[in-house]
Design a protein around this ligand. Structure first.
Ligand code: HEC
Ligand code: HEC
Length: 268
């Protein structure tokens, strides 16, 4: 007792206890904080919070409250920000009602900021392809040889489903590979890396960024080519023009004949 009480009265006792307390707090903090930090990252990052809010209202009914998927729609765990940017950027998602293949340009338009927010939230669910920087997909500066090589790569890897000129085609079970003539470079890149629906995923091992750029360059060239009449033969253009010509031409003749008949009847 006597020993303890003298110890307590030692002039250094108070500062020492303080130091010890501070040290302990530091130690506890350093153990706890890394875990706290990563949890805090997803729970307090304002973009993720905004994305989760939008997700809960627009997507969770089909994809589940935590992106785990339902009988209506696949899981979004690990699909990555690129899949969200692609699906919402091409206005496939949010789908209006469950169906086998989400049509392009059918969903309401969201701002890029809202899309980025939902993409940021979905990226926290699991590791997946990121939204690419422009340097990864821009075909600017490709040489003629590189674009020709892109054409070869396209014929080998894509034309079986999308047709040689990227005009699209039907697939078994009512599915279809859409025309690629009006797809932005970013969305082409994202489609390859995320493999929407029946399309296979082409990862960087299968098609490195340079190959993808060359394919994008080839598709851009096909798009810019003027459409000569010969290419349209068998297309719908001339057929419908002929059809309208026929309706208006024959229709006009019929009207004239009726007018003549009436006039003739009156004259008699
Ligand atoms: C009416 C139900 C429905 C709603 C609402 C909906 N989805 Fe989907 N989603 C689907 C179905 C069905 C598919 C699979 C068919 C397809 O990809 O064409 C799908 C596919 C996806 C994919 C592709 C997954 C993959 O494996 O690549 C993404 C990403 C996605 N949805 C995101 C969203 C986001 C984000 C929202 C909200 C803005 C949303 N969806 C709203 C039904 C829905
Ligand atoms: C097995 C058939 C198949 C192959 C091979 C394939 N695709 Fe696709 N692709 C599809 C289908 C099916 C879709 C539509 C997905 C959807 O509607 O969700 C699609 C969609 C796309 C889209 C999105 C178009 C849009 O309207 O937004 C792009 C871009 C695309 N493919 C590019 C390619 C390229 C480039 C290749 C070759 C490297 C390729 N695809 C190989 C079947 C295929």
């Amino acid at each position: 007792m006597r020993f303890l009480s003298t110890r307590r009265k030692h002039p250094a006792a108070k500062p020492l206890t303080l130091l010890l307390a501070l040290f302990m707090m530091g130690a506890v903090y350093s153990v706890v904080s890394p875990a706290e930090q990563s949890a805090a990252d997803t729970n307090t990052n304002p973009q993720v919070v905004q994305g989760k809010g939008l997700y809960d209202v627009t997507c969770s009914s089909c994809h589940g409250l935590n992106g785990e998927g339902t009988s209506q729609a696949p899981s979004l765990i690990g699909v990555g920000a690129a899949a969200v940017d692609f699906q919402m950027g091409t206005r496939r998602m949010p789908l209006s009602k469950p169906m086998a293949q989400a049509p392009r340009d059918a969903a309401p338009e969201y701002t890029q900021e809202e899309i980025d927010a939902i993409a940021a939230y979905v990226a926290t669910l699991g590791k997946g392809p990121k939204v690419p920087a422009e340097s990864k997909y821009s075909p600017a500066g490709l040489s003629e040889e590189e674009i020709a090589r892109g054409g070869e790569l396209f014929r080998t890897n894509c034309s079986a489903c999308h047709n040689i000129e990227g005009r699209g085609g039907a697939l078994p079970n009512g599915a279809y590979a859409p025309s690629l003539t009006n797809v932005s470079s970013k969305h082409i890149y994202e489609a390859l890396r995320t493999g929407p629906q029946q399309m296979p995923v082409f990862n960087e091992g299968a098609l490195p960024d340079q190959d993808v750029k060359e394919i994008i360059g080839y598709l851009a060239e096909v798009r810019e080519q003027p459409q000569y009449g010969g290419l349209e033969l068998g297309g719908l253009g001339p057929v419908s023009e002929g059809f309208y010509g026929w309706i208006i031409g024959i229709g006009g003749l019929v009207l004239v004949a009726m007018w003549l008949a009436k006039k003739g009847a009156r004259a008699r």
